[in-house]
Design a protein. Sequence first.
Lengths: 99, 247
Amino acid sequence: MAIEWYLIVSALIFSIGAGGVITRRNPLVVLLCLELMLNAANLALIAFSRMHGNGDGQIFAIIVMVVAACEVCIGLGVIVAMYRRRLPIDVDELRELQG
Amino acid sequence: MAEVVFFLAAIGALAGAVGTVAVRNPFYSVLALVMHLLSLALLFLLLRSEFVAAAQVVVYAGAVMVLYMFVVAYVGGTSMPLGPGGTRSMRIGSIVFAGVLFVELAIAILGTGLKALGTEGAPYEPGFGTPARIGELLLTKFLLPFEIASFLLLIAAVGAVTLARRRGGLHDAEEQRITPLDLVRPVSTGTMAEAVGTRTNATTRERTGLEYGGHSGRAGPEDGDDGERTGLEAGVAPGGDTGPEDR
């Protein structure tokens, strides 16, 4: 398969993830949609790595996976802390940081 | 053959992505994301990066998704409707936004003029994408990002433990501060008298000497075996530093 097919699939997944981040209100699902966007970027990175015959893109993808794991760790910790404080699990209700 | 596998994996990845966004219940959302990740691992295999595909399956679809499952089960995966006000307009707006974003990305990808975009990529050389090659790159050319990534994981782990503590915040760190006074424990620390609650750690700290003298004359519900217990306390007292805190 040509490389551009992979990039089109990557762009589609990224768009779906971005739409989900905007639409959904449950922070758990917002985190899942962020994972979608990061995975789309990973697919593009690996496609370019294959295109150039160079391993650098794969290293980049692995580092992206590490950062995604950290983001999940902190995000889920924040959600658990919200749950413990009886705050609503809803990104629209949490507006105390709004200017 | 490669085309068939590619289209199957791509359809699986796209269906998983749509399911993640569209399904109401967060539990099924996580399951859809697992399917998406497995299909994506298949695409990685088609791109001849075996190590990243294996890491994707083991780390992402395995460990991270199990973490998600635990939190969804803990928070009680209630289905969150889109909410009153702007339900339909928000949904239509997000779909339009996603479409515009996709068109823009497609124009950016196909309009770059990269000549290798329409080809299968560079000729395959044996060893491309194997763990040996990845490990060599990580420990030579990309040593600094590797170390920074390990540091980032450490910081994230410490931060998650701090955030999800039982009291849920950074406020009451003062309560359990250990002072040099804690080295000098009262006589009854760590004995059964402390466990029963007749004397606590904080109240006996100042007046240990006073109360210890008048102990046998004090009225209490278990006054009969009081003399035996004071003897026991006196024997245990030197090793009392290892007693449990009253928290």
